[in-house]
Design a protein around this ligand. Structure first.
Ligand code: CTP
Length: 404
């Protein structure tokens, strides 16, 4: 989980979207975070502190003085956490932050905070468009704060435009990045994912059981760790991971062209796609009609993308995936040699909890010089993190800097 062992301060200010902060608090807790909620006075007009207390299991801080407040809390709270997230951040809160005003507990905490701050504005669309608000946002960004763009849609006031609080998923991903060490900062990573579709006629195609989950998890985790990620995806129902450039392809041939176009600018290629090994030799122009008892389809071999690309490799780290049902490690090591790879992730795919379409995977990472890392059953995001650890270790150091 992205927030295991992390302590997050959730600041809630007084807008109608305050009710959505309750869902955010719940999702953070279920993602492993310890969450301390601080509410402004106006926020308490929309939601009660009890809601957040019940969701986080922690006392909610609301005031600098009086019962329930602790001395010097306003300094300590923003320093003892791993990150702060303000959701929703009202126009008023943005204004106070930009001007350096601390006239209540939350704004005072923000003045003393030393940890990364994620600001999630939500307000009426005209308010958001107001030049004063836009100037405040620009000032906060200049100071290094991450300010999310509100989403477009119908607002509580009935207007339609930019002003909605971003979806919890968007906020959680941006926050996950802020609490994750940036050991892939600025690195250009290319990931392939999903199956390929090899057309037989206008309505039928050959494919495999890949869902794209492992490749998408790699792209997501690489972005969180600071990489510039391009994801070349075969047909998949998964949403594009945040911050990642996704190129959609269909056949192995299209995937090869896309990989070849991007490979020269790439520092590491992770080829998680389950590329079809064959395509129908001819694609019928019209739907093939039911005819005789038997139908023979001739297949022609597809190019081996990894092999072609690995032959062009200069300083890039090239990682393959081996989906196997038996002799896992021996077969994977053979593929590592044969395809000229730096690493191969050997994936047991004939178990119900590992391989295609599920959220968990059991893999071994195999590399040169007898590298063998056997991993237990993990989530696909955890597998992605372990694979990326090995990639980081192999990336050539940048001129004048360290590898990270
Ligand atoms: N791969 C590829 N191009 C292909 C087939 C596979 O680039 N035409 C890549 C996959 O993305 C994966 C690796 O090769 O990273 C291993 O794929 P796998 O299907 O296990 O290996 P194959 O070489 O196709 O061997 P086989 O199907 O015979 O097991």
């Amino acid at each position: 989980m992205a927030f295991t062992g992390k302590r997050i301060l959730l600041g809630v200010s007084g807008g109608i979207a305050a009710y959505k902060a309750a869902e955010l608090a719940r999702r953070l807790v279920s993602g492993g975070a310890a969450v301390k909620v601080v509410m402004t006075r106006a926020a308490q007009e929309f939601v009660t502190p009890l809601t957040f207390q019940a969701l986080t299991g922690e006392e909610v801080a609301t005031t600098m003085f009086g019962p329930g407040s602790e001395p010097l809390e306003h300094v300590a709270l923003g320093q003892k956490v791993d990150a702060l997230v303000l959701a929703p951040a009202t126009a008023n809160l943005l204004g106070k932050m930009a001007a350096g005003i601390g006239d209540d507990l939350l704004t005072t905490i923000l003045l003393a905070a030393t940890k990364p701050i994620l600001v999630c504005p939500a307000m009426n669309c005209e308010m958001w468009a107001n030049p004063a608000v836009q100037e405040n946002v620009a000032r906060l960004r200049d100071r290094g704060l991450t300010v999310l763009q509100p989403e477009a849609g119908e607002l509580a006031c009935g207007a339609v435009g930019y002003g909605r609080l971003p979806e919890p998923e968007t906020i959680l991903e941006a926050l996950a990045k802020l609490v994750t060490p940036q050991d892939l900062a600025g690195r250009r990573i290319l990931v392939t994912a999903g199956p390929t579709h090899e057309d037989m006629d206008p309505v039928r195609f050959l494919t495999n059981r890949s869902s794209g989950k492992q490749g998408y998890a790699l792209a997501k985790v690489a972005w969180r760790r600071g990489a510039e990620v391009c994801l070349i995806s075969g047909p998949s129902h998964l949403p594009a991971p945040q911050g990642v450039e996704r190129l959609e392809v269909r056949s192995a041939r299209e995937m090869l062209d896309a990989v070849l176009a991007r490979f020269p600018q790439t520092e590491a290629l992770l080829m998680a796609a389950a590329v079809g090994d064959y395509h129908p030799t001819s694609r019928a122009e019209h739907k093939i009609k039911r005819g005789s008892q038997e139908l023979t389809v001739h297949l022609t071999q597809n190019p081996d993308i990894l092999k072609e690309v690995a032959a062009l490799k200069k300083r890039q780290v090239v990682v393959g995936f081996a989906a196997e049902t038996r002799d896992l490690e021996a077969t994977a090591r053979r593929k590592l040699e044969d395809k000229g790879l730096d690493l191969i992730v050997a994936n047991q795919v004939n178990r119900p909890d590992s391989g295609f379409a599920v959220d968990t995977n059991e893999v071994a990472i195999i590399g040169r010089k007898n590298l063998l890392v056997r991993l237990p059953l993990l989530s696909k995001e955890e597998v992605a993190a372990k694979v990326l650890d090995q990639v980081v270790a192999l990336l050539p150091t940048r001129q004048g800097g360290k590898s990270a």
